[in-house]
Design a protein around this ligand. Sequence first.
Ligand code: GLU
Length: 306
Amino acid sequence: MGAGRFAPSPSGPLHLGNLRTAILAWLFARSTQREFLLRVEDLDRVRSGAEATQISELEALGLNFDGPLLRQSERFPIYFAAIEQLKQRDLVYPCFCSRKDIAEAGSAPHAAPGAYPGTCRNLSESEREAKAKIRPAALRLRAEVNEFSVHDQFAGNYSGTVDDFVLVRNDGAPAYNLAVVIDDAACGIDQVVRGDDLLSSAPRQGYLASLLGYEIPDYVHVPLALNSKGQRLAKRDGAVTLEEITEHGVHPADVVAILLESLGLPSTSLQAALEAFDPVNLPREPWIVEPENIVQQLMPRASRNR
Ligand code: GLU
């Protein structure tokens, strides 16, 4: 039996967009008899108390998870063991570039825009020693390809850039792209459902998984929730978190109903949505959210429930 997962970063309360992605990940996992795991991606951007809030919000929606919760901050030795393995295969090198250095270097010939230009890839030992006196090093992957393809249920065979991406940041913390690949493999996750802002990261992650001898998961990058200006939903958009919406007297079940309606699914319960779930019928466009309308839409339901 495989597994799916939801992997929020505990940087604040979950908003309608995150909750909708969580519901989708749950529907994809449960409709394919997979386990559904929760992972806290707390390598950075941690806000105190956010993890507990997020967990209670997911529970309030009625999403059930299997197995123990995984916290990335507790798994550094596992990440560094993989780094050791890659080092032994000469697939890692120290990089001393700042963001500014990278921006100023521009792209290497034939490389995709924004790809790391390889400035530190072939430094000599003495150049490394000299640079190390000025700046701590990040560790980058010595990628042997420029592109890699993964399978995505929505995007099809998706081919994207693989550059010498960062595996360990220059503050010593494992990078997201490393942790995500190791954790998905360690937990038997073979289905990754997440926001489509991460689609362009999937080829890097798939490539790293292949280097480490892991199965590459099947991806489903789902459309995001956007505000009426087409931007990613954020705090400035008003009442977009479950916390804020329930403060208006709205029950979490009504929030679930709105989210399921936005997916074109029966909105009476998660169970009813699960029975009717067919990925083919899901909307492929972003969900445009106008928080005032949502609260207004929900208020009559709230008073009806009382
Ligand atoms: N932690 C990431 C986020 O909250 C998700 C990473 C993933 O699903 O791979 O955006």
